[in-house]
Design a protein. Structure first.
Length: 53
């Protein structure tokens, strides 16, 4: 692997190469990290307004 391969951004890769890289990666978390992050953010905002006014 060359340094150029390591510094490529996802947007710079052709679609076929990106899909192959995603399959090799093997991590598929789905949408739950975004949902949990949104819920945590809303909870944090609610707590700020609840206790700081």
């Amino acid at each position: 692997m060359s340094q150029d391969d390591l510094t490529k951004q996802d947007e710079d890769l052709p679609a076929a190469e990106f899909e192959g890289e995603e399959r090799r990666d093997g991590h598929d978390f789905g949408n739950w990290p975004e949902i949990v992050g949104l819920a945590f953010t809303l909870l944090l905002i609610w707590l700020i307004f609840r206790f700081r006014g």
